[in-house]
Design a protein. Structure first.
Length: 459
């Protein structure tokens, strides 16, 4: 680290989101190579060598990069459809469209999803992709390529569905894989793309879609596969009352008990949504260390309900934030979820005591890193951790009269990102991506969305 080139950031407020929630009203951060070398109050130490850049960050707040724990990149092409549906009706309306995606579509959609998140402060993203039409091409490879080009860390959750409508599942038969094909493709994806090393840019998780779209055997064997390969497990869980009813009718138990019976609770597991959980469910998650991806905007868009985030946190359950697919959260931005998580949860039983602004920031940073199994690497600003850092501008009209910078970031309008670094590499400057051409991405996603709509219209 001593020989690495250094970037010195000075004169900014800093929210480290470390174990003590250490903050500095005016401080500095020194990046050396791909790591954070030092940070603290006041000016940076004198005599630093190999300084290639100094940034005067007056008027800014420095935070860890945001960590997105649940998304479906391909849905970028179907935004604005089925806008007044509950989850099951929304899925039934969109499955026939999604079943016609191919590799160029998924690549363009991944570019759009990643670009929108990155320019809004996300440095670690995840994609849960579970729709694999026959002859569609290398969809996982397309997602990995888009993330590499954008410069964002990626957890690729290789999803699958094998429970079609004729077998009692929700997805149409033409949208599912066989059990054997799903497991084989998932293993191949992990072997091709998973990097277990510190600072990895791409990691893979095993991710059968949901209780109402996969067989019990796919869940069981998927869990065994993940643990044999040493990767994490992800799925949707307890999202709606309809899902809970489905599990009781089909399995004779609720979603959490069903997941536990198939090996799907543990420190290597995280689930999206977890809206409809009772005290026993929360205790089971806490006991096993199972994580939660909280998606407040999507939960509201699909009228799923309000997750019990304060109770999950009080029990010690790891909780992060998720954008969810942009067919149920059209903005596709994680920094707006900081605000929405706080506001939505204050509509619940705990009211104004539900979440604080700093808890909301923690959900979007350290909480997300913990859920993805990367808390030792990112999610907080500490010496030795990866140089994944965002500078938010807070001295403009939108925020300048809010004295508390964390309150400004969480409760104010979406703050401009002056700079975002991933492993010490700057990927955003003054709200624009440095790694890809945003206008070209917009044109490509528009063209692919129209092509998909034409294919779907033909039936």
């Amino acid at each position: 680290m001593a020989a690495a080139q250094r970037i010195v950031i000075e004169n900014c407020a800093i929210a480290t989101v470390d174990a003590h929630d250490t903050e500095y009203a005016r401080g500095h951060v020194v990046l050396a190579g791909d790591r954070i070398e030092s940070l603290g109050a006041g000016e940076a130490p004198e005599g630093l060598r190999d300084v290639v850049r100094r940034i005067d960050a007056t008027g800014h707040l420095a935070t860890p990069g945001l960590v997105n724990t649940h998304h479906h990149f391909y849905q970028w092409l179907t935004r604005g459809l089925a806008t007044d549906h509950s989850l099951f009706d929304w899925l039934v309306a969109l499955y026939p469209v999604w079943a016609r995606i191919d590799e160029p579509m998924v690549y363009a959609a991944a570019q759009g999803s990643l670009a929108m998140m990155a320019r809004g402060g996300v440095t670690t993203a995840m994609d849960h992709h579970y729709v694999f039409p026959r002859g569609c091409g290398d969809l996982s490879g397309a997602v990995v390529r888009a993330a590499r080009e954008t410069g964002v860390r990626l957890t690729l959750a290789r999803g699958s569905m094998d429970l079609g409508e004729s077998d009692g599942g929700l997805p149409p038969d033409f949208a599912v894989e066989t059990l054997e094909d799903a497991l084989a493709a998932t293993e191949e994806t992990a072997r091709q793309h998973h990097d277990a090393s510190f600072g990895a840019m791409t990691q893979v998780a095993v991710a059968p879609c949901s209780p109402f779209s996969v067989s019990t055997e796919l869940l069981r064997q998927g869990a065994e596969l993940a643990r044999r390969l040493g990767v994490r497990l992800h799925t949707h869980g307890s999202e709606t009352v309809e899902e809970e009813k489905f599990c009781h009718e089909r399995f004779g138990m609720g979603p959490t008990d069903y997941f536990e019976s198939t090996g799907w609770l543990g420190e290597d597991v995280w689930m999206a949504h977890c809206v409809h959980m009772n005290d026993s469910d929360i205790a089971a998650f806490a006991r096993t260390g199972t994580g939660v991806a909280h998606c407040p905007s999507s939960n509201a868009r699909l009228a799923a309900g309000i997750a019990r985030v304060p109770d999950l946190l009080a029990a010690g359950v790891p909780v992060g934030l998720g954008v969810d697919g942009t067919a149920s959260n059209e903005s596709g931005e994680l920094h707006t979820e900081l605000r929405n998580a706080l506001l939505v949860n204050r509509l619940g039983a705990h009211r104004e005591a539900a979440l604080t602004t700093r808890q909301a920031l923690r959900l979007g940073t350290y909480g997300g890193a913990r859920v993805l199994g990367r808390a030792a690497e990112t999610g907080s600003l500490e010496p030795g951790k990866l140089a994944d850092l965002v500078l938010w501008r807070l001295d403009t009209l939108a925020h300048s009269s809010i004295a508390d910078p964390v309150a400004a970031l969480v409760l104010g309008a979406a703050a401009p990102v002056t700079a975002s670094f991933v492993g010490g590499r700057q990927i955003v400057e003054d709200g624009r991506l440095l790694t890809v051409d945003e206008d070209a991405v917009a044109r490509a996603t528009r063209a692919e969305a129209r092509r998909l709509a034409r294919l779907a219209a033909r039936g």
